[in-house]
Design a protein around this ligand. Sequence first.
Ligand code: NAP
Ligand code: GDD
Length: 335
Amino acid sequence: MKRAFITGITGQDGSYLAELLLSKGYTVYGLYRRKSSLDFGNVAHIAHRITMIEGDLLDYPSLVAAIKESRPDEVYNLAAQSFVGASFRQPVATAEIDALGVVHLLEAIRSVKPDARFYQASTSELFGGVYDTPCNEETPFYPRSPYGVAKLYAHWITKNYRENYGVFACAGILFNHESERRGKEFVTRKITSTVAAIKHGEAECLELGNLSSKRDWGHAADYVRAMWLMLQQERPAEFVIATGETRTVREFAELAFRKAGYDIRFEGEGENEVGIDSKSGKILLRVNPAFFRPAEVNVLLGDSSKAKNELGWEREVMFSELVSRMVSSDIKKLG
Ligand code: NAP
Ligand code: GDD
């Protein structure tokens, strides 16, 4: 029976990955941070099937102890300060967790269990949206946020541990993936949870920043399958994981409202743009400049041909279904 150690297990991806590995018969260990109230987040429903180990990416001794206890065949490093917006306000913490935290973990693996296979959660934020053609593994990087820069260090140190020390270290350059378990500060879940609140009469209007920003959005359950596939290959490598389609925030919001029974038409431009309910004439969506970022990644679009050819990976959840699932789940939760 294989053993896996997952950091970031309480987050969105950690929970889907834990479910996947349990279904494959793995013994699963997960790292959780000490908080003022004990909370296993998205894995609360399966916490009894996982060995949860207390620790922090910032604390090297706790990582050594976790690797000693779990003796993993596979390590998935999903832990991060993952919100780009927050990285502009907390650049130092983001660098410490997302960059230095990774070398702490790689060192712990190298000294305790050097034959463990390692997955690093790299990101399309490495490309920085300077491209409007699909990005693949050969596209040069240009990060545009403290988060992107920290993840760039993590990406290269992962490659370096492979080349310098022979660690089986892979990096998945994953484009945005969302789900019913997505944190509510990310734009998709902010949209679907607010649309649900409007539907239930608990909110009046959705306030967003840049509506023209474009993202390549898939479902997290499909993306964790790609992480696992990477660690089953003969040789470690980097892979881009994406849908190959890109949509604006405006399109996501329009569809989310439609799934909840509202037909929105957009009027105005820039900061004055609003989304009006065709039936009632009420403004249901407004632009609020407070949600703009100091530097924006305008377009993200990925080309995952390598993953299709070498891993046999394909997404199963299409864009419309992703939005449907998130809206229905939020409406149900409030109901
Ligand atoms: P998420 O929901 O924000 O989860 C982040 C996880 O990291 C949480 O479990 C969090 O624990 C943990 N964490 C944060 N700081 C930590 C620390 N210092 N020590 C230990 N654990 C810590 O993120 P996600 O969407 O699942 O993403 C998973 C990974 O993929 C992240 O590295 C993210 O940057 C990367 N990524 C995500 C996407 C995407 O679209 N979702 C795309 C590309 C890459 P708490 O519960 O205690 O906060
Ligand atoms: N969060 C947020 N809130 N974003 C908004 C809003 C708003 O009110 N209005 C517009 N946006 C725009 C952002 O400016 C950005 O262009 C886009 O919506 C997506 O923002 P997020 O959902 O916060 O995600 P992200 O693309 O910045 O980062 C996510 O994807 C990365 C992969 O590309 C995160 O999951 C990262 O961890 C991940 O690496």
